[in-house]
Design a protein around this ligand. Structure first.
Ligand code: PLP
Length: 425
């Protein structure tokens, strides 16, 4: 990427990012105006959790102040109003991800719970000992451990597609891993460590040609690029609201209607039943069959507001903005002595996530020194220990860009890393 990647600034003045078509709406995010350690906050940890715009916070507060009740229960007016708002939220989420119908959207606690749901329900009911589940080497633990638990319970076999040195997953390697016993392929849409964007539409075609289903972990994709689950051809797609500028405590399992309809419940309790006696219980249709107990009601309102917010800003513009910030950061960080970018470049698209190490400096020390300058990055294994092993490191420092970041944030990061070098010699 040439010098143009860091060209400053576009028509929007100093708040403009390196992609002149997109103006980061920083004023929408109250937290960005608070200092940290006496410095302006530079939030480069959106891949762990994104900050919340006022419109999301206001939507939840207004709902709680004016419409709040439990849902699907009360015959009182507020009960109806809350149920309507909750189901309207489901509709808005469905439209946001291109689902064919709202009943394909199951509200869960987050992506982790969504994958556990699929493993416990689809996995236990349809997979037999010796059936194979194909993962890639770059998966988050949330897309590894539930399948290992299933392996212990059902004897399924896990097969892993290796990644290349550039952090990409090759379709040839996937083809070579698929076999006659493959029943499920489960892959990240975007790596939470390297930003690699996996070719999930092609992966769907290969998985289906092999007679397997495809689950996509969209945690790092939904916040920063247009996602149409139907067009992608996936069978399950999961994500968490808190990474897409929404609240914690809610996420989504999207599943094809016919698959969800054939899946048994995985948790039992109130609201997921049609009738209960001590002899026998019958269950509601999806999505309610999978939403036992009181759901995250206020959070659903917040998630829908986050969808509307992102749709209003335009996901294509956000994607271009974050890619441009990443390209700018690659260029700036290369100038830091002793800094090594990890699998940062190669064919295919990259989202706004970048991992690096500095010779002789532990990633936690990098993050600690940056924090003194108000710059928040993540250091650690990022819940991707198999990927760390593949990269030959125990941990990385990771900068991740959100829609509110600017090229000034990239400058701050580059300067902060120079300071790290000074501190550690
Ligand atoms: N998958 C990916 C790619 C992630 O980045 C994360 C969170 O870091 C998860 C799954 C788990 O998300 P949650 O903790 O919100 O369930």
């Amino acid at each position: 990427m040439g010098a143009a990647a860091c060209a400053e600034p576009g028509p929007g003045g100093p708040l403009t990012g390196p992609s002149p078509a997109f103006r980061p709406p920083r004023d929408d995010f109250p937290i960005l105006s608070r200092p940290v350690n006496g410095q302006p906050l530079v939030w480069l940890d959106s891949a762990a959790s994104a900050q919340k715009p006022r419109i999301v916070l206001d939507a939840m507060r207004t709902f709680a102040e004016t419409h709040y009740a439990n849902v699907h229960r009360g015959v009182h007016g507020l009960g109806h109003a809350a149920t309507e708002a909750y189901e309207a939220a489901r509709n808005r989420v469905a439209a946001f991800i291109g689902a064919a119908a709202a009943d394909e959207v199951v509200f869960v606690r987050g992506a982790t719970e969504a994958i556990n749901l699929v493993a416990a329900s689809f996995g236990r009911s349809t997979l037999r000992a010796g059936d194979e589940i194909v993962l890639t080497e770059l998966e988050h633990h949330a897309n590894i451990v539930p399948w290992q638990l299933l392996r212990e319970a059902s004897g399924v076999v896990l097969r892993v597609v290796p990644i290349g040195d550039d952090g990409t997953v090759s379709l040839d390697d996937l083809r070579a891993t698929l076999g006659t016993r493959t029943r499920l392929v489960a892959v990240a849409h975007v790596s939470n460590v390297l930003g690699t964007v996996l070719p999930v539409a092609e992966i769907a075609r290969l998985a289906h040609a092999a007679g397997a289903r495809l689950l996509v972990d969209g945690c790092q994709a939904v916040p920063g690029r247009p996602v149409d689950v139907t067009a992608l051809g996936a069978d399950f797609y999961v994500f968490s609201a808190h990474k897409m500028y929404g609240p914690t405590g809610i996420g989504v399992l999207w599943g094809r209607r016919e698959l969800l309809a054939a899946m048994p419940p995985w948790q039992g309790g109130g609201e997921m039943i049609a009738s209960v006696s001590f002899e026998r219980t019958t269950f509601k249709k999806p999505p309610y069959r999978f939403e036992a107990g009181t759901p995250p009601i206020i959070e659903a309102i917040g998630l829908a507001a986050a969808c509307d917010y992102l749709a209003g800003l335009g996901l294509a513009g956000i994607a271009a903005h974050e890619q441009a910030l990443r390209a700018c950061a690659v260029e700036r960080l290369r100038a830091v002595p002793g800094l090594r970018l990890l699998a940062a470049e190669g064919p295919g698209e990259r989202a706004g996530i970048l991992s690096f190490i500095i010779d002789g400096v532990h990633p936690h020390d990098i993050a600690t020194v940056l924090d003194t300058a108000g710059i928040a990055i993540r250091a650690g294994h990022h819940c991707a220990q198999p990927l760390m092993r593949r990269l030959g490191v125990a941990a990385t420092a990771r900068a991740s860009f959100g829609l509110y970041n600017t090229s000034a944030d990239v400058d701050a990061l580059a300067e902060g890393l120079m300071r790290v070098r000074e501190v550690f010699g």
